[in-house]
Design a binder for this molecule. Structure first.
Ligand code: FES
Length: 198
């Protein structure tokens, strides 16, 4: 222990000495790096698009990325999950998403560009809580014995299906938001932009 401590101290002295000896050259290498980071951070907070690699997202899984300070969920739905959307349609308040603004290319049965991949903002449209993932079905879900999978908002009980559509009789007035997005390739999605150069 004590011998390790001596080694550390020695290294620390060596680093300090190197930095001091480096002088102006040392600063010159650091400043451009910091400067190049700043616009990127500013751009992010201003809402710059976010590129996401979904190559490791296997069916049945979801991932969360941040865009404009909001959580965006990307869900790779299994064929069963997609099939569940048809089964719950009658229980959904606005099955065709006619009440809210959303990209034209998501005005379809799955609310998505590709049937399997759902991209949706993970913020409840009632008062902004974060709904919990409830992918287990039936009684095991703890939501409802007939639960087909989806999301439950812990604040006031709004429930959403696997396309982010809100169930009838819940406090959330509209479905979860589908953000603008586009595919750069099969494995890469750009969130926040839906056509090149937009
Ligand atoms: S904030 Fe989600 S139900 Fe109220």
């Amino acid at each position: 222990m004590s011998s390790e401590g001596k080694v550390d101290c020695g290294r620390r002295r060596l680093l300090v000495a190197t930095a001091a000896a480096g002088g102006v050259a040392g600063i010159a290498t650091v400043v451009p790096f910091v400067a190049s980071m700043l616009p990127s951070e500013r751009a992010k907070s201003a809402g710059a698009p976010v590129e996401v690699d979904i190559s490791k997202l296997v069916p049945g899984q979801m991932m969360t990325v941040e865009w404009r300070g909001k959580p965006v969920w990307i869900i790779n739905r299994t064929p069963e999950m997609i099939e569940s959307l048809k089964k719950v349609t009658e229980k959904i308040s606005d099955p065709k998403s006619e009440k809210e603004q959303q990209p034209e290319y998501c005005k379809n049965e799955t609310r998505s560009i590709k049937p399997a991949i759902m991209v949706v903002v993970g913020i409840c449209t009632h008062l902004g809580c974060s709904p919990s993932e409830k992918f287990k079905t039936g009684a095991e879900s703890g939501v409802d014995p007939e639960w087909a999978g989806g999301f439950l908002c812990p604040c006031h009980g709004s429930t959403f299906d696997l396309a982010g559509r809100v169930y009838k009789g819940k406090p959330a007035p509209i479905n979860l938001e589908v953000p603008q997005h586009m595919y750069l390739s099969d494995a890469r999605i750009l969130i926040g932009e839906d056509k090149k150069g937009a």
